[in-house]
Design a binder for this molecule. Sequence first.
Ligand code: PMM
Length: 282
Amino acid sequence: MGEQRPGLRAARPAAAVQVMGVVNVTPDSFSDGGRWFDAESAIAHGIELVAQGADLVDVGGESTRPGASRVEPDEELRRVVPVIRGLTERGIRVSVDTMRAATALAAVEAGAEIINDVSAGLADEGMARVAAETGARYVAMHWRGHSDRMDSLAEYDDVAAEVRDELSARVDALVAVGVDADRIILDPGLGFAKRGEQNWQLLGRLDVLAGLGLPILVGASRKRFLGAMLPAEASVVERDLPTAVVSVLSAQSGAWGVRVHDVVGTRRALDVLGAWQSGRRG
Ligand code: PMM
């Protein structure tokens, strides 16, 4: 028997992995910008993602691509609330991708059950209170600064240990304001103040983050570090195959869920893993 690393998790059964389908209601996201910018097409896309096998839909109104500038709070609300309402009215489970407390609160009031905060509460000091008072589940992603400067913040000696320690400090801060630790999901924040190889080091050592004992969400979908493995002329959509492979490997490393644009590819890949794990087809 090989030596077990502390915190190493068993593979998660493929069927139990939460597939979060992304709907960016933005004109400028790198991965799908502009495609679902009006509420009607965003709602239709969310419905389609669930039909393809998404467990929940992550609705965001602000691009976090490298170099992006912020949207006004009112504009973010205008983008996401009608979409969240349209999806939850149809019984679809929704998370809201926002760094703003006021947007998170309006989203939960419109039916969102998860607050997905890429800043883990650092961008808006009111966020922890909203998470505590609404009792929504809360994704705390590793973050060091806004998108316009995050590429200059990617300095680490040991990226897996530093991401774990910085997220652990965020969990303590959230719990101190009244957030139930059992409601928190951690996310290593791939591509956010991380250079190419640092993303791979985080993925290869998810067990280090798992050592904190909380569920882990992995958001690799269509990111630059996957594009860097493809020919220079490859389109963003061609990153969907490596994304699906990362989904399977994340499940094997015990991840609670994956956040993806292409639900079909990830669902098929997880079905293969499910057959592999159970000895049965589907
Ligand atoms: N990445 C993006 C946006 N939101 N949320 C979480 N929890 N984790 C991520 O990795 C993440 C996120 C950026 O990607 P997009 O603009 O293509 O949605």
